[in-house]
Ligand binder design. Sequence first.
Ligand code: ADP
Length: 516
Amino acid sequence: MTLLRVSEPQEERAHRLEREFQAVLDAAVDAVVLFDHEGRIELLNHAGERMFGYNEQEVIGLKVHILLPEPYRSQHEDYLRHYIEIGEPRIIGIGRELLAKRRDGSEFYAELAVGRVQGTDPPRFVGFIRDVTIRRNAEEALRRSEAQLTIAQEIANLGNYVVHFEGHVEDYWSPHLYRVLGRRFGEPYIGVYDYLAPMVHTADRARWQQAREELDSGARSMDIEYRIHHPDSSLRYVHHIAHTTLNAEGRVLRQVGTIHDITDRRRAEDEARQMQDRIAHFGRISTMGEMAAGIAHEVNQPLTAIATYAQACQRLIGAGGFSHEEIGEALEHISAQALRAGEVIRRLRTFVKNREVKRELIEANRLLEDVLTLAQTDARHNGVHMSLETATEAPQVQADAVQIQQVILNLVRNSIDAMQNVPEPRREIVLRTYIDAEGDVEFMVADRGVGLDPSTVAEVFNPFFTTKPGGTGLGLSISRSIIRAHGGKLWCSPNPGGGARFFFTLPAITSTGSPQ
Ligand code: ADP
């Protein structure tokens, strides 16, 4: 645009320029303020009137710094004086952000640029002021949500990333991703996958590689757990989820992913498993009574065989004309059977070793809650939902906690087994405690599994009775002997809605601390 028209008389041109200048001022979105070398306002445009809440007439002749709060007010005066004395443009011409002040005293963030009007002496100045409240608020909100996201990621120990497949855009690493992958924030750039590849544990690498290749060749998502070695060579477990966005031609445009450090959860699960093993161990040793019958039977067999071979030898010797081979063979059998009997006895001894029963006062509900925690992983793997209905009276029992937990755990495992073939939504176990009519604490484990066949109900508590291919048939018989030893009873009945219900009682504790 040019304002110059060649044939126009001087005066007309001046008028026209004035009008056009006024139009520019009126249409401007920014506030425009003209002031002299002493900072006295000569003009404030419409936008300025709206922005500051003044009428132009009221401010003409007033100092421009009325538009600024302290400390900007004094600073501005200094700047102006400095400029006039030294001619150095401290703020002149430079856009900077400061607080501005409205007539009603309220303040807002503004961007200020000041320029000197060419050819004026003493100098006159024009200032442009832009209200940046909305931008500042948006920036502030963004900063806050980024900070919150970072905190959330720190709490969850999770990082996220974005990988771009078109153009030359660097991968995005969230600040906490550095920590999850063992780097310091701000270390030199490297692509997420390039960085990860050599860290993946060798045993998991093929699986990781395959998941990655599937994702790159158009799979919409990947969801995988694996182990990585941090640069300090510590081993971490991560859960990695990634999603792909394709472009219109079906090519991979970008991938976004999260990498979650699940080492602590994994360790807790390992500990829970070890605890289960310990409970199972205690269970084994507490079965001594029940096992004795089975083991006596097993020992009896080789003893009978030994006696038979010995008698055969006697007969051969008595009859004369025996061969050395015949006697040798019989003696070999005797020796093998004796070793077998010895082995059975050795097993029995390891079985009863370290037997230690500890009775203490414990809360019945606590026993169920602990088992719920212990069995949760097992249940989840099998698509089983477990719920707890605990007695509100919080009754106490005098018991060996580990043994009772072993009983409950065994009932829960049986329930999980019984629901293998029922549809997943039905796979539900209810654990319950309540006080029965006698005032004893009654525990219940109910499921919606295959249920109990009337012909087998009577047998399920017999040692070695099992309907499972790998079953021992000892769980329920051990459980019954444990409960009896505690002065309670264990029984079962069909669940009215299908499935089975197992119950056991433990004597309640009176206020004096002894069983009723
Ligand atoms: P195991 O589990 O090794 O077979 P148990 O003594 O725990 O030994 O159980 C004996 C049998 O009782 C099981 O094989 C099964 O036939 C039956 N049983 C136990 N619990 C349940 C249940 N919740 N639902 C149906 N049948 C069960």
